[in-house]
Design a protein around this ligand. Sequence first.
Ligand SMILES: C[S@@+](CC[C@H](N)C(=O)[O-])C[C@H]1O[C@@H](n2cnc3c(N)ncnc32)[C@H](O)[C@@H]1O
Length: 284
Amino acid sequence: MDSIVLGDSREADSYPKEPFHLTVTSPPYFVGKNYEEDYSYEEYIQLLKDVFTNVVNNTVEGGKIAINIADIAAFSKVSGEIEEGIEVSRILADHMKEQDCRLMSRIIWHKDDPWQNSQHVGYHDGIPATYTRVLPNWEYIWVYYKGESPKRPDLPIINVGTEDERVLSVTDSISKEDWKKWVSAVWYMRSVASNRDHSAKFPEEFARRLILLYSVEGDTVFDPFLGSGTTAVASHNVGRKFAGIERDPDYHKLSTTNISQAVNANTIEQSYVSPQRWKQNKMF
Ligand SMILES: C[S@@+](CC[C@H](N)C(=O)[O-])C[C@H]1O[C@@H](n2cnc3c(N)ncnc32)[C@H](O)[C@@H]1O
């Protein structure tokens, strides 16, 4: 199943017919981006609840749901109506529990420094004393599993060092060196520098890591907020099937272009937009 739907992920009808094994996604953060302007705060919270209810309903038992979210919506100009410091991922955590999901991992994505481009801080004359805000240069990734156990009934136990380890990824097992980096909860990774085509992409490496950790070759990986198609591209590049939903026609078109490029590329490196982008997406 490889399917990219132009639709609204709040609607159960937009979802693929077959269940998926892993979701890797980043919802809107309610910070005033063009693609979320039409949501009131109440509608935004309801969006998260409706979409993740649908996601859980379409996930296999023991399947994983990885949600990247910046957590606090209250630092945005559009959120003046919101109580300071509201924690969106806490609301989401309560909701996931109600959907019979349990927390497996909480990862902190440590991004590059925000002060260089932010209009919220400045090191120059005319700043009032004691006025410095400390800016978040990190976001969360919450990984949930569906049901009572994170063990998928359809998968074997891995014996590291034997042929069986090949179930971990498409060509080889996750190396011990990568494993050591990936099981530590702070992941250092640059955010995507060029936002000309989409204003809030995550790096392909970000999706790739989650896919290698939480799915096996041949699984289906889903993204209900597909944007530019990063999750689908990363899934294809490591031998997974993909499915996604995007409601904006321009972003939907962008995602299909990016996916076609990945599907037609012969090597992983070629499937990135450019060698420059490949470098940007790698760890520091
Ligand atoms: C944070 S962006 C995701 C970016 C993506 N991870 C990437 O790397 O390109 C969120 C996306 O969700 C889409 N979106 C917002 N509300 C939606 C809805 N109800 N159904 C489907 N997509 C929606 C937006 O148009 C936007 O492209």
